[in-house]
Design a protein around this ligand. Structure first.
Ligand SMILES: [Zn+2]
Length: 296
């Protein structure tokens, strides 16, 4: 299944989850379950937005965006992060009200059963989405899957806590649970925002990809060849590397281009999705007047 297929499925599951969890809150009157339902509402908005963004990200480059539309994914994870934060604050507000005006819970068993059902749905979906996200390096899909996973854990916590309420009759435990859920949601939201800022700010590739690139370059080591000015960045599923290849000034362009082809090929197979741009230069010439000479 394609990334967009998973996201469509997650919209459908989000709708089902909202119905189940809202019913769980409705029958029990628990703010813990309400906080859980609210988070699912955020899921729906997030999944819908992610779907729109991934559709844009998959578009081929055009005249206005000659490098492609890969960065669109970062809007999605940033937007979702902000939504998650807003939901968390709404939950805290509701829970504090309930702490001040405690109310008894009803039909807790039925409410909990509905919640568990919703969680099983979410857990199964999140697990398969996370696998796909890792496979294709999709930030939007990963954001959505992680969010679903948070949902499952928070629901598990709420269900356990409400079980304790049923056993002890301590109704104040319910709003405290809701606040704990909110704190967890907020943390996840901040993580997503931080991630999309990293992408929009052209953060370098992760250490593992950089090490893989360096290893390939080291493999081509030769006294007459020097690689320098390596810069990397990531744009959604695309990864970019720019570097210089310095060689003896007497080499023919054909010979130089052949070696560059080999290096490019090796880089692309070492780091999937990498697009390498390699400038060919004589040993003692830099590409730009203001290029500092690398210390190597
Ligand atoms: Zn250079």
């Amino acid at each position: 299944m394609q990334v967009s297929g998973y996201l469509k499925l997650s919209v459908a599951v989000a709708l089902a989850t909202i119905a189940l969890k809202t019913a769980a809150w409705w029958v029990s009157g628990s703010v813990g379950l309400l906080s859980d339902a609210l988070e699912s509402l955020v899921n729906l908005a997030g999944a819908t937005f992610a779907l729109a963004m991934v559709t844009i990200a998959a578009r081929p480059p055009d005249d206005d965006h000659p490098y492609g539309h890969h960065k669109a994914e970062y809007f999605s994870s940033g937007f979702e992060g902000v939504l998650i934060g807003a939901a968390a604050l709404a939950i805290v507000w509701t829970a504090v009200q309930r702490l001040l005006n405690p109310q008894p819970l009803e039909a807790l068993g039925l409410g909990l059963a509905l919640s568990v059902l919703a969680s099983v749905l979410n857990g199964a979906l999140a697990w398969s989405m996370l696998r796909k996200a890792r496979e294709v390096h999709s930030v939007a899909l990963e954001g959505d899957a992680r969010h679903l996973m948070t949902d499952v854990w928070t629901t598990a916590g709420v269900v356990l806590g409400l079980g304790a309420v049923a056993a002890t009759g301590w109704t104040w435990l319910d709003p405290l649970l809701a606040i704990a859920v909110a704190a967890n949601i907020l943390r996840e939201g901040l993580r997503l925002v931080r991630r999309s800022v990293g992408g929009l700010m052209d953060e370098a590739l992760d250490a593992r990809s950089q090490a893989a690139i360096q290893q390939v370059l080291d493999g081509f080591a030769h006294p007459a060849i020097r690689f320098d000015h390596l810069t990397t960045r990531r744009a959604g599923q695309r990864r970019f590397a720019d570097l210089h290849m310095h060689m003896p000034a007497g080499w023919t362009l054909r010979r130089a281009a052949a070696l560059r082809g080999e290096v490019e090929q090796a880089l692309m197979s070492a780091v999937p999705g990498l697009r390498a741009t390699i400038q060919l230069l004589p040993m003692d010439v830099e590409a730009h007047l203001d290029d500092p000479r690398d210390p190597t």
